[in-house]
Ligand binder design. Structure first.
Ligand code: ADP
Length: 289
């Protein structure tokens, strides 16, 4: 199972991803989490991303594409993965397509969590309060200013992906305003439908479908009646004789020569000539003619 979760900050992508990981035993790939880990570890990528992220802008495409390319090669992704926060731009989506194509993998679904923007600020404020309660560090971009920027970036850069995956017929939209459990159940239904084999086409369409798609039996079965008919057929010369003797069969029209009208062939002379000519020569003669 390989899927993408699309949605603005605060839509609930992370919450749903955690549940899907449990249910399907697949890897959760959150570029936001990976970048935050890189910042904490002060890696070159982390140093590069730190200020950009704090402002609510996007880190360059090639940075996140590189991270994802390395990550999906790891063994915990063999069973599938959820992409959370990636792709976030059309070039990222194109890079992902190329990457998956190269690995002969395909996406099962892109699920959009649609939410009322008015509630997002409220959700992020709740998140901040909960983190404070738990004594966790507040994200550098969880403040009113950065959130406004993140939303603006989502609208202009990420939302076009709804059409991108819509065109590829893998987009499903879920009402992210419903309860967490309802959203989980809805996503579950979508994924089950995506994993199910395609329903049989109606007869009319099946007729016009190319022949190659028709399932063929491994061994061409001969209908029993045909088999029996063949078994009762006389073989070889006997069959020819039976054909000639068939009642109602038109008598063969005599040839001109047989009727004495055609040119006479001096049978004896021709036979003598054939006997004299070596087989090889005869062959050549026939060829030249
Ligand atoms: P949210 O979805 O709540 O905005 P994320 O944790 O997904 O938060 O991302 C936080 C920040 O990390 C983004 O605002 C951006 O700066 C950076 N980031 C994460 N994923 C990407 C990505 N695919 N492309 C560019 N920047 C990203």
């Amino acid at each position: 199972m390989r899927l993408i979760l699309l949605g603005p900050p605060g839509a609930g992508k992370g919450t749903q991803a955690a549940r899907l990981v449990e249910k399907y035993r697949i890897a959760h790939l959150s570029t936001g989490d990976m970048l935050r880990a890189a910042i904490a570890a002060e890696t070159p990528i982390g140093l590069k991303a730190k200020d950009i992220m704090a402002s609510g802008a996007l880190v360059p495409d090639e940075v996140v594409v590189g991270i994802i390319a390395d990550r999906i090669d790891q063994s915990d992704c063999a069973n599938g993965f959820i992409l959370d926060g990636f792709p976030r731009t059309v070039p990222q989506a194109e890079a992902l397509d190329a990457l998956l194509k190269q690995k002969k993998l395909k996406l099962d679904a892109a699920i959009q969590l649609r939410v009322n923007e008015a509630i997002l600020l409220q959700r992020v404020e709740n998140r901040i309060a909960q983190m404070k309660e738990r004594g966790e560090a507040i994200r550098a971009d969880d403040n009113v200013e950065a959130l406004a920027r993140r939303l603006e970036v989502y609208r202009s850069q990420t939302e076009p992906l709804v059409h991108y995956y819509g065109d590829r017929r893998i987009l499903a939209t879920v009402d992210g305003m419903k309860s967490i459990d309802e959203v989980t159940n809805e996503i579950g239904r979508i994924l089950e439908a995506a994993a199910a084999p395609a329903p049989a086409r109606p007869k009319k369409q099946a007729k016009s479908a190319p022949k190659a798609t028709k399932p063929k039996p491994a061994v061409k079965a001969r209908p029993a009646a045909k088999k029996a008919k063949k078994a009762s057929r006389p073989a070889g010369k006997a069959r020819a004789a039976a054909k000639r003797a068939r009642p109602g069969r038109k008598a063969a029209k005599p040839t001109k020569r047989a009727a004495g009208k055609g040119p006479k062939r001096p049978a004896k002379k021709a036979a003598k000539k054939r006997a004299k000519t070596p087989a090889k020569g005869r062959k050549r003669l026939t060829k030249r003619r």
